[in-house]
Design a protein around this ligand. Structure first.
Ligand code: GDP
Length: 369
């Protein structure tokens, strides 16, 4: 009986039905010794954490659990993928508790950007997405920008309450928490983990010097982010780590841009205009004619058009189309969650099609920059 089998790596109950859920192993692997769930198999054989941990249920249980406590909720999002990393409807779960929105990775934007403009933009976007916040703070955990503001805002909103830190994976939660531990906690005390009732997840507790704790919750995996669909090596290409140098393309209608073999941008119709790509500097962009694009993709995916490389192409969901009409005079970004965005500053309007892996969030928004 499959239900009695457990992974000899992590101990989770094995199931063969849902590859995206915890404990999945392909039926053909059941008689292997040792028996490993797919996640442990990948960690063991490829040294790679796969995105197979959507403990959505457990995650929501934890969030609801916070609603029953008096706490400050610190919600960390990634400025590079703001919409993709927001926890929609957070306040429905955390009840009356105040939410401090910490927007990380500001170092990725060009230096000349006006901070107040970004703050206003973030506040408006958060509101439009129904995310209520007591305050918004911009920072870079990695480059140590704005960290004092984060600490100061936590102190101000916390009173004597515990602090729960929530966020999606790869937003920089660990980086920020490690800084908090160094600057803020009672260094004599040890970090502890405690199982959260009714879930398979452990919470990490960081003691503060007033006897309260900062509690790190597991990062939720949002598979609508391209960053969660690629392997560790390709993640280094997709995830920017230095200030983004935007690439500007003057395109005629019926021209296309490939971002590796991950995403394709078609300028279908409109007057000649420029498109500014805010993606990781390491992401290769390839320009071609729209009429050649299908053929080029078939011939060169995984080699000239990479990442992903040939052997990893099959792990990426097939590309699906999203069509947009950019209004005349609009200043818009076409966001591809996890990849970045393409700014369109269109006097004449533009008809655009994005081909992105199935499930990846694609949307048009007011321009950030
Ligand atoms: P977690 O999954 O949310 O805990 O994220 P990590 O702290 O592991 O960070 C994910 C990735 O983002 C790592 O490659 C970090 O180096 C990077 N990162 C974290 N904070 C920042 C930041 O402020 N700026 C930039 N550019 N990268 C960051």
């Amino acid at each position: 009986n499959v239900n009695d089998l457990r992974c000899s790596g992590c101990g989770v109950a094995i199931q063969t039905e849902s590859p995206e859920k915890l404990g999945y192993a392909p039926a053909a692997a059941l008689n292997k010794d040792p028996l490993l769930c797919q996640r442990c198999f990948r960690i063991k054989n490829y040294n790679e954490i796969s995105s197979v941990t959507p403990n959505q249920d457990d995650f929501l249980k934890i969030l609801s659990g916070i609603g029953g406590k008096e706490a400050l909720v610190v919600h960390i999002v990634d400025l590079f993928d703001f919409e993709g990393s927001l926890i929609a409807g957070l306040h429905r779960f955390v009840g009356q508790n105040p939410v401090l929105l910490v927007v990380n990775k500001v170092d990725l934007l060009p230096k000349a950007i006006n901070v107040n403009r970004i703050l206003n933009w973030v506040q408006k976007q958060a509101k439009d997405h129904g995310v209520r916040t007591s305050e918004v703070v911009l920072c870079s955990a990695k480059k140590n920008i704005g960290f004092d503001r984060v600490v100061e805002a936590i102190a101000r909103h916390r009173g004597k309450k515990d602090v729960y830190v929530v966020g999606a994976t790869n937003v920089g939660k660990s980086t920020l928490i490690n800084r908090l531990i160094r600057d803020y906690s009672d260094l004599e005390a040890e970090l502890t983990t405690s199982p959260f009732p009714g879930t398979t997840l452990d919470l990490v507790q960081i003691p503060l010097d007033d006897g309260r704790d900062i509690i790190d919750t597991p990062g939720i995996v949002y598979t609508h982010r391209l960053t969660e669909l690629v392997n560790k090596r390709d993640l280094q290409t997709v995830l920017p780590d230095k200030p983004i140098k935007p690439s500007v393309f003057q395109l005629n209608e019926e021209q296309s841009l490939f971002f590796g073999a991950m995403v394709r941008f078609d300028f279908v119709q409109g007057a000649r205009q420029s498109f500014t790509c805010y993606v990781s500097n390491a992401m290769p962009i390839h320009r071609t004619k729209l009429e050649r694009a299908d053929e080029l993709y078939e011939e060169h995916k995984g080699v000239m058009l990479a990442p992903p490389s040939k052997e990893n192409l099959d792990n990426l969901p097939p590309l699906v189309k999203h069509s947009f009409r950019i209004r005349k005079g609009a200043q818009s970004d076409v966001l591809i969650s996890g990849l970045g965005w393409i700014a369109v500053n269109s006097d004449a309007g533009a008809q655009i099609v994005i081909h992105a892996p199935k499930g990846v969030k694609v949307a048009v928004r007011d321009s950030l920059i």
